[in-house]
Design a protein around this ligand. Structure first.
Ligand code: PEP
Ligand code: MN
Length: 338
C-alpha cells in the first residue's frame, strides 16, 4: 500500500500516519518528494482496512499495489528516480554513456581506453576486475589490482567508475574504488547477495538474468530496495532464447515496458545484448530510441587480443561513431547526450 500525503502535510501528521501503519505491523519506506511525501507500507495484513488511513489528517491518497514488487513499482514513485553519481544524473533528461573494456587487463590498456571514451563523451568507465566466466580456466580478472587501475584511469580523465561485484564478501572492498556496483546477470537471483547490497553505500546496476522474466528482475530489484538502498538502476543485457545466431536476444521491448512498470532508471547493454561487434551500434541506437536512460558498452583499444569479450567490443573509432549516432537519436526524442 502506498500513502501519498497532501502537499503541505506537516511532519507531525506524517509521523502519525507512520505510527498507525507501524502499529499494524507494516514495514515503512518513506520517500520525501518536492510536493508530497510517499509512504510505502509493505507487508500483508489481511484484516487491515485501508480506510483507516484515508481518514487521517494529511493523507491525499491511498493506493493499493497489486504487483508483487512494491518499492520498485511506478505507483510508489510516479516521477522517475534520478540517481546522482558524481556530477552525473542517471534517470534524467540526459542519456548517460558508460564505456570501457569487458575486463581491466593492464595499466596501458585501461588508460588508453579511458582517454578515448572520455573524449568521446562517456561519463562512466566500465571494466571488470572480478569476472564471472563460464569456464574456470578463462581469465578471472585482476582483482584488487584491477580496481586500483580502474580508479586511477577514471580519475585521470574525470570519469566515474562502474565495476562488477561477484559476491557479498567483495562489497566493502569494491565500494572503496567504485561509484556504481554492477551486479552481473548470473547473480540476479542470488538473494542473500541482493540483501547485502541493500546495505551498500553505492548505487547498484542490476543486470537482467539470462532467463529472467521482467517480474523476476523487478523482484530482485525489490530485494535491494527493501534492504534500504534506493539507488538501483536496471540493465537489459539480452536474454537466452532459441535463437543461436546472436549471443543473446536483446529484449528491446523490455525497456519501455519496465519504464512504465517502474520508476527505476533503465540502462541498455548492446554489447552483451547482441554479442557481435558490428551490430552493437544499431542496438545502441535502438536502445536510445525506446527510452533507455543510459548505454553501457564495451570498448577496447585492441579487441582482437582482449582477454574477454573481444568479439563484441568496439574499436575506439567505432565508439566515436556510436556517439555521433546516438546523439542524433537522443535529440530527436527530446533528450541529450553530453
Ligand atoms: C560484463 O558486463 O562484462 C558481464 C559479464 O555482463 P553480464 O553479467 O551481463 O554477462
Ligand atoms: Mn563482457
Amino acid at each position: 500500500m502506498i500513502i501519498v500525503t497532501q502537499p503541505g502535510a506537516t511532519e507531525k501528521e506524517i509521523e502519525a500516519i507512520i505510527g498507525v501503519l507501524t502499529e499494524h505491523g507494516f514495514d515503512i519506506h518513506r520517500s520525501t518528494g518536492v510536493r508530497h511525501t510517499v509512504i510505502g507500507a509493505i507487508g500483508v495484513q489481511p484484516d487491515f482496512d485501508h480506510r483507516q488511513i484515508e481518514l487521517l489528517p494529511g493523507v491525499a491518497e491511498v493506493v493499493r499495489i497489486t504487483e508483487p514488487y512494491k518499492i520498485a513499482s511506478r505507483a510508489f514513485r510516479q516521477e522517475g528516480t534520478i540517481i546522482d553519481v558524481g556530477n552525473v544524473k542517471i534517470g534524467g533528461d540526459e542519456v548517460v554513456i558508460m564505456a570501457g573494456p569487458c575486463s581491466v587487463e593492464s595499466e596501458k590498456q585501461i588508460f588508453t581506453v579511458a582517454e578515448r571514451v572520455a573524449k568521446g563523451g562517456a561519463k562512466l568507465l566500465r571494466g571488470g576486475a572480478y569476472k564471472p566466466r563460464s569456464s574456470p580456466y578463462a581469465f578471472q580478472g585482476m582483482g584488487e589490482e584491477g580496481l586500483k587501475l580502474l580508479r586511477k584511469a577514471a580519475d585521470a580523465f574525470k570519469l566515474c567508475v562502474i565495476t562488477e561485484v561477484m559476491d557479498a564478501s567483495q562489497i566493502r572492498l569494491v565500494e572503496k574504488y567504485t561509484d556504481v556496483i554492477q551486479v552481473g546477470a548470473r547473480n540476479m537471483q542470488n538473494y542473500t547477495f541482493l540483501k547485502e547490497l541493500g546495505k551498500a553505500s553505492k548505487p547498484v546496476m542490476l543486470k537482467r538474468g539470462l532467463s529472467a522474466t521482467i517480474e523476476e528482475w523487478l523482484m530482485s530489484a525489490e530485494y535491494i530496495l527493501s534492504g534500504g538502498n534506493h539507488n538501483v538502476m536496471l540493465c537489459e543485457r539480452g536474454i537466452r532464447t532459441f535463437e543461436p545466431s546472436t549471443r543473446n536476444t536483446m529484449d528491446i521491448g523490455a525497456i519501455p515496458l519496465v519504464k512504465k512498470k517502474s520508476h527505476l532508471p533503465v540502462i541498455a547493454d548492446p554489447s552483451h545484448g547482441i554479442g557481435i561487434r558490428d551490430k552493437v551500434i544499431p542496438m545502441a541506437r535502438a536502445s536510445v530510441a525506446v527510452g533507455a536512460d543510459g548505454i553501457i558498452v564495451e570498448v577496447h583499444n585492441d579487441p582482437d587480443h582482449a582477454k574477454s569479450d573481444g568479439a563484441q567490443s568496439l574499436f575506439p573509432d567505432q565508439f566515436d561513431q556510436m556517439m555521433k549516432e546516438v546523439r542524433l537519436i537522443a535529440a530527436a526524442i527530446g533528450r541529450s547526450i553530453a
